[in-house]
Design a protein. Sequence first.
Length: 206
Amino acid sequence: MALLFFSSAKGPAECTLAVAKAVTQFLNEASKLSVTTEIVESVLGDKPNTFRSVLISIEGLQCDQLIQRWLGTVQWICQSPYRPAHKRKNWFIGITCLQNPSQIMDSTIEFTTMKSSGAGGQHVNKTESAVRATHIATGISVKVQTERSQHANKRLAKLLLAHKLAEYENNLHQQNKTIRQQFHYSVPRGNSSLVFYGKGFHEKIE
């Protein structure tokens, strides 16, 4: 299991829209490759249906292949849907893979199961598939809920908790959180690993 981080890189509203389009495209590609994905965290943009950042868990036999395709700078070439008279047509976002932190022992974690809340139908409401993982020593906790198994949620909860502990143990903001923050400012313009065009967010000009 890996964590992929999509960032608008402190860009304007057009970049937050590019993140939303990129995430949709990425999830479609993952589905076709039978790669399991889950949106773990997201920060909404100022415009409807846009994102400042999205953190996605990814797992499957072709996981590495998909990650390598998307890592780096993604360029979206399109007239601004928000500012039609604006001359700029190139919008950039960044995608990075967070390194897996050191494993933590189950004996240091308190797991609690509960019924999932929110959308998802009867399965979500009737089964205790949601998992809260709490690090006993620090009290740091995460909650994961999906329509998948309790076992899958437990694995993801452990991974997320390990990341939060890594942040805490490095002056609360060093390591992965700092990587995310710095990444907002360091997405290079040009030399794009992927380029998309138009409102339909296609790789080729039609």
